[in-house]
Every structure is written in C-alpha cells, then in structure tokens.
Design a protein around this ligand. Sequence first.
Ligand code: AMP
Ligand code: MG
Length: 323
Amino acid sequence: MKAVKYIAFALLAALIVSHIAFEPKKCEKTQFCLDTVVTLTAYGKGADKAIDKAFNRINEIEQKFSAYLKNSEIYKINHSPYNTFVKVDKEVFDLIERAIMFSDITDGAFDITLKPISDLWGIGTKNEKVPTDEEIKSALDKTGWRDVVLDKNTYAVKLKKEGMALDLGGIAKGYASDEAARVLGECGIKNACLDLGGNIVVRGEMPLGLFESIKCGKRSRPFTIGIQEPDAPRGESGQPVTVENGCVVTSGDYERFFEKDGERYHHIFDPKTGMPAKSGVRSATVIAKDGAVADALSTAFFVIGNDASGKYKEYYETVIFAK
Ligand code: AMP
Ligand code: MG
C-alpha cells in the first residue's frame, strides 16, 4: 500500500515538474505610446528583455514621427518655411516616400497632408467642431500629396504650399509594429503577438501549456485575432481571424469621433471633400505581411469603401469591411 502511495506521489511530482518545465515562458507588457495603448506579448527565453527593447524602438519612432512632439522630424518639417527643402532622418524620409506611394496608388484616398483638415475638425480634442464650408475650403487649399517634394539624394522634404503640414497618423503605427516585431526577431523571439492600439502583428504561433497540448495533440496553435465590431464595446472580441506571420489592421468610424445633431463626425477624412469619409462602410480591416502597408491601406479602404479591394490585390492578403 505504501509503495502505491509513493508511486502516485512520484507521478504527481513528475507531472508538476514537467508542467512547470513545459509551460511556455510568456511575457506581456503594456505602455501608453503612439497616442494609444500598446501591449506586446512574447514567448520564450529572453522575452522580457526583448519586449523592453521593442518598446524602446516604438518610443524612438514616436519621437521622430509625431506631428505634435516639438523635437520630432515631422514637427521640424511642418514648422520650417514652406517651399524650402528640409533635411530629415533617413527612416523618416523613407516612410514619407512610402506614404506618398500609397497616395499615388489609391488615387489620393490616403493622404498624409491632411493635417490642416484634422486640426480644423479637432476630433478627439477639446476644440472639436463642425467647421464651416469656407473653413474647410481654406484648409483643403493647404493639402495635397502632390505638393510634397522629395529629394532622395539628400533625404530632404519640401512642402510647396504655405500652411501645409504632414501627419503620418495613418501609417506610423503600422511601421512601428513592423519595427517592434523586427526587434523581437533579432532578440531570438519566434512567437509573439503585438497590439499597437488595434494594429496587430503576429509572429509564429501561440505556444500551449502542458494540459492544453495534451488535449490538442499540438505544442502550439495559430494566434486568433478578433476583429472589432463597430458597435461592440471596445476590446470585446469580434469576428475571429487566424494569422501567422502577418498583420491585421482596422480603420473605423468608432475609433475617434463626436456626435452633433444626430450625425457622427469621425477622424478619417476624405481628402476630396475635407469631411469625415462617408463611403458606406463602418470599418475596413486589412490583413497583410507588412504592418505599414496594412495600416495605410486600411485607412485608404475606409475612405474608398467596398469597391476598393480588387484594384490593390498585390499589396495585401485579405480585406474585410463592416457596414
Ligand atoms: P487610421 O486609424 O490608421 O485609419 O488613421 C487615422 C489617422 O490618420 C487620423 O487620426 C489622421 O491623423 C490621419 N488621417 C485621417 N484621414 C486620413 C487619410 N485620408 N489619409 C491618411 N491619413 C489620414
Ligand atoms: Mg491606417
């Protein structure tokens, strides 16, 4: 009888030890940066330090790309005399160049020169208002991606019209997500899920604990991302999609908005009208390999609407619209 007890005890101990040894090392950290809540989750040895490095990189990107931080490169461009070349950091130049490429291929639906328009509406600030037609017209006169001139030889940017200003809010989070994922990869992290305020990047798979592994017969399973339903409470999992080594980015009218006289005014603008885009969709979700691509295209597809998808097929894997 004693022997049976010993064996049972030994088996239990072995199970506990192997459970502890088997349990994947998970590290998850959250910070408020890029004007949003960013949660990085990584698995495996060194995940803790790797996440810190990834956050450093995200903060570095914010310092360069924010239109509002006084030491940023974008601030420098926006506050230099117009029609004059301003030398910028190479990575800033490169992202501006990519953003302009997306303006080109989306026939201007994606446009990083809309800052005069978003400042005018002030959505999400204490100054939010519905501007007059004259105000919108005058702000629109200060926009236009074709008036951004790039000199690749000197990494210099020129805004041709007085009052022009850049805002990379529609692409910078996606770029930051790519960079954060790259940093994790360099640290040897193979499995991670990064959430930069709804810009999701996935690397590898989600490792499973011992008991779940036994149940499924697998050591890991693909990450499942829930696409936010426009009217569901924020963070509540919506339609699930499975992703491996890719990005899922959603642009929606529920992210930042105010309501006046029964009308919803949100933060994604139609560059042709200077009004919050009204293409008949509530959100556009793009799944692509590259976060900056998914970010730019989700904003553009939200502006263009349902019929956007086919034309740009080579750049992304899937687009999902919510109406
Ligand atoms: P997202 O949430 O990625 O769709 O980006 C929205 C942000 O991008 C806004 O808060 C603005 O800063 C900026 N934005 C608004 N409309 C556009 C547009 N049509 N093209 C590019 N950026 C835009
Ligand atoms: Mg975007």
